[in-house]
Write a protein that binds this ligand. Structure first.
Ligand code: A2P
Length: 390
């Protein structure tokens, strides 16, 4: 029998974030209101979509004699059981994965984790087999009169192991059903605590969640009360991880709740390497100070630990300032860091700032005799330039 390898997405785990469709260089991935699916004839198996997928739902490869059509895949609620005529799940040989990963890195696809990052656990819990956590606290971290309601929600895993690293995400499963009577999809949130937990060694972690009008997941999480049970999947993510070497310099650029992983990074350094030789440089954008999550605690961090640069876009009588403007204002210091092979860059937050940051880095490089295009390619291949925008 002539078996072929078919790439499929697990609809029970997929959180419909669109990262795979955006990453696919040949437009093999499409979606309807129900599922994200892969067109067999178009997919080249290049795996450019695998790394951006936060849940691992994308990474399924079946040996089939007759490929599933996208019409079939649109109807699925789970991956089908392999059956006679449709073979079992296979993984590509390790050397093929390695080759493909390197190849897609060079073209802007897969970015590996930093070389000094610890090995993450992923997918320990799933939508089908989640862990139950309890809410240990829920605090508003934007000012009482701010337009945005951003919350610091602490989850306690009690006696269940939930190993995670700075930069990983968790999935929350809102209770109830969607309009079609099916369980809700997983909602993904970045972890805002370092690996030992929000309170060290208490088996807990914090999330930074913004209430979105009509958002099923965000309203559920923002309304949680102390003691409430919450179903959690994950942890997810094996690329956007913090380098664990205290000699590394980390440039962190964010807006809004994009600050969550950087709070985790900063706390990791503050607790474990307060005198680290590596520099932390933060660029954080918000409309006004009242809208900036963690504004109070951030202002109190020692200058020797972190170089904080805030950008406010809607301050009365002030010019509109974005994170990329602040980057340009600090061009000399940023260029100094870009010249070091120990420097890592992380961007997290609004999709729109991605391009603005790229342009700012290109300008900074031009002024200091560096070539951003080649530096960027090197940074990505070496796992030193990570972008997570939405
Ligand atoms: P703006 O005042 O122009 O909306 P939000 O509060 O919507 O989450 O946005 C967080 C911050 O990010 C705001 O200051 C917002 O400015 C800013 N912002 C919006 N678009 C961009 C962009 N393309 N690049 C950088 N920052 C941006």
């Amino acid at each position: 029998m002539d078996l072929r390898r078919q790439h499929l997405i697990d609809p029970a785990v997929c959180i419909r974030c669109n990262s795979c469709q955006e990453a696919c260089p040949v437009d093999a991935i499409t979606h309807d209101a129900n599922n994200y699916v892969v067109e067999f004839d178009t997919c080249t198996g290049c795996r450019a979509c695998v790394s951006p997928c936060p849940t691992g739902a994308i990474d399924h490869w079946l040996l089939v004699d007759q490929p599933w059509s996208i019409a079939d895949q649109f109807t699925w609620e789970d991956l089908p059981e392999p059956h006679p005529g449709h073979g079992g799940e296979i993984a590509p040989p390790a050397e093929v994965t390695q080759m493909l990963n390197v190849a897609t890195t060079a073209t802007g696809g897969r970015v590996p984790a930093p070389s000094s990052a610890a090995q993450p656990f992923t997918n320990v819990y799933s939508r089908e087999a989640p862990v139950m956590a309890r809410v240990a606290g829920n605090f508003r971290i934007t000012a009482a009169d701010a337009e945005s309601d951003i919350r610091h929600v602490v989850l306690d895993f009690q006696h269940n192991a939930f190993p995670f690293l700075e930069g990983q995400n968790i999935g929350i499963i809102p209770p109830g059903q969607d309009a079609k009577g099916r369980p809700h999809n997983i909602r993904l949130y970045s972890i805002a605590s370092p690996r030992e937990g929000e309170r060290p060694n208490h088996n807990n972690l914090a999330l930074t969640v913004k209430r979105v009008t009509d958002g099923i997941g965000s309203n559920y999480v923002c309304d949680l009360q102390k003691g409430d049970p919450v179903l959690v999947a994950g942890p997810f993510g094996d690329s956007f991880l913090m380098p664990d070497d205290p000699n590394t310099n980390i440039i962190m650029i964010c807006t809004g709740t994009g600050a969550a992983p950087f709070r985790a990074f900063t706390e990791r350094r503050r607790r474990n390497h307060p005198d680290a030789p590596g520099k932390l440089m933060l660029f954080f954008g918000a409309r006004r100070p009242a809208e900036l999550p963690y504004f109070g605690p951030l202002s109190k961090l020692p200058k020797a630990l972190i170089d904080v640069n805030l950008a406010f876009s809607r301050e009365p009588d002030q010019p509109k300032t974005y994170v990329q403007d602040r980057l340009r204002q600090r061009a000399d210091d940023v260029a100094q860091l870009l010249k070091s092979t120990l420097t890592h860059i992380y961007v997290c937050g609004l999709k729109g700032m991605e391009q603005g940051c790229e342009e700012a880095f290109a300008d900074i490089c031009r002024l200091s005799g560096l070539d951003w295009a080649s530096l960027r390619a090197t940074l990505r291949v070496e796992g030193r330039y990570h972008v997570e925008t939405y």
